[in-house]
Design a protein around this ligand. Structure first.
Ligand code: ATP
Ligand code: MG
Length: 367
């Protein structure tokens, strides 16, 4: 009996490929990039899950707004070793293990089979993107690895948006795409397989598509295939491609092998119109929303970062360089924090973000 995580291999949601040109079986022991393109409702997210099941560990990084990634918690899912990640200013009441973003480490993430920072577990905007970006940053710490960890990205444009937000407006879409391409390329070296699903698939640049080890094309609708992969019409009629059922897909492998794939829908996949939070009995209490960082304004998470970096011995100059801010705005924030602690016993910004230093003045060095 072969096990993948706690799953029995032969009981996994079925997935098969009939090779039409060359032969190129998918090697799930490698850090592969799967890019799944297709129309709304074409079965992309279900396939992201079916592929994920082939990997021992999964980070469901970008769930959709309806918390689709929480489907791993359903009784019908083969996984019960789950960590739910939430914002620092959010409390989760549920029967799964939970961790707030600031306590999360790579070691902790790797103790679980599935890590889910679900959409509703963060306050709007700033809180959510800070959480996702923290996980992305932690991924780089994996310098030694044997088996790949699978990262599910259920909507590629959310990834781009989060990077734009993180840089406080200092990054535009073009830079965010370049950053995403760089990230995809580098993640392989740190042992991450990626399953990327995107609905805005015509806006996925050729460069991004070329990076994938497996391009998976689901139902394309009347739009048809992008010109650079229209050679697929030598293997499937335009009519069939336009109306592929959600169980079917065309696959282009890295060695230009072409296959017609078939997969079942995982039993636990979220159906439309179902509220998983209610079904799973998860209740959420939100704290005060965090103020977002922009290029003009230091937001709450960035304030917390400044205080933490300074109290850990970093100089103004170093912090300014890391955060791409002026030295004076760094020192202003430290002074603002200390004045608030002295006058009101609490820094309201740190309090909002539930940071550890909220009631602690930070000794100013070198005076
Ligand atoms: N492999 C499959 N076999 C049979 N039915 C499927 C399969 N995959 C998905 N379905 C059906 O199609 C529905 C939509 O699937 P899914 O949520 O994966 O689509 P999607 O492409 O991610 O949609 P969206 O673009 O809205 O995110 C599922 O709820 C399920 O009923
Ligand atoms: Mg989907």
């Amino acid at each position: 009996m072969q096990l993948i995580g706690s799953r029995i291999k032969k009981e996994l949601t079925p997935l098969s490929i009939k090779w039409l040109r060359y032969y190129s079986p998918i090697d799930f022991t490698k850090a592969m990039i799967f890019l799944i393109l297709g129309k709304k409702g074409s079965g992309k997210s279900a396939l992201v899950e079916t592929l994920a099941l082939r990997y021992p560990k999964i980070i469901d990084l970008f769930s959709s707004r309806d918390d689709e990634g929480l489907a791993w918690c359903r009784d019908s899912s083969p996984i019960d070793d789950i960590l739910l990640v939430h914002g620092d200013n959010v409390d989760l009441n549920c029967s799964w293990n939970t961790c707030k973003t600031s306590d999360l480490t790579l070691k902790k993430m790797l103790e679980y089979e599935v890590v889910i920072p679900s959409y509703s577990f963060f306050t709007q905007g700033a809180g959510r993107f800070a959480g996702i970006n923290k996980i992305i940053d932690l991924c780089w710490d994996r310098r030694k690895w044997k088996k790949p960890v699978y990262i599910a990205i259920r909507e590629a444009s959310s990834f781009l948006y989060s990077r734009i937000k993180q840089e406080g407006g200092g990054m535009n879409m073009k830079a965010a795409k370049a950053n995403f391409i760089f990230w995809q390329r580098e993640m392989r070296h740190f042992g991450y397989a990626l399953g990327i699903d995107t609905i805005r698939w015509t806006s996925v640049d050729k460069e991004m598509r070329d990076l994938a080890d497996c391009q998976i094309i689901k139902k394309v609708g009347s739009q048809g295939l992008p010109r650079d992969i229209s050679f697929l019409y030598n293997y499937i009629s335009p009519r069939s491609m336009a109306g592929l059922p959600p169980s079917h897909f065309m696959l282009i492998a890295e060695n230009s092998a072409i296959g017609l794939g078939r997969s079942a829908c995982p039993k636990f996949h979220k159906e439309e119109g179902v509220d998983l939070l209610e079904e799973l009995g998860i209740t959420i209490e939100y704290g005060t929303p965090l103020i977002e960082t922009t290029s003009q304004r230091i937001g709450d998470e960035e304030h917390v970062k400044i205080i933490s970096l300074y109290s850990n011995g970093k100089a103004y100059q170093e912090i300014a360089k890391t955060l791409k801010r002026s030295k004076s705005s760094i020192s202003d924030h430290i002074i603002k924090h200390n004045v608030a602690v002295e006058e009101k016993a609490l820094c309201p910004i740190c309090e909002r973000a539930r940071a550890d230093n909220a009631d602690r003045a930070i000794p100013i060095r070198g005076r």
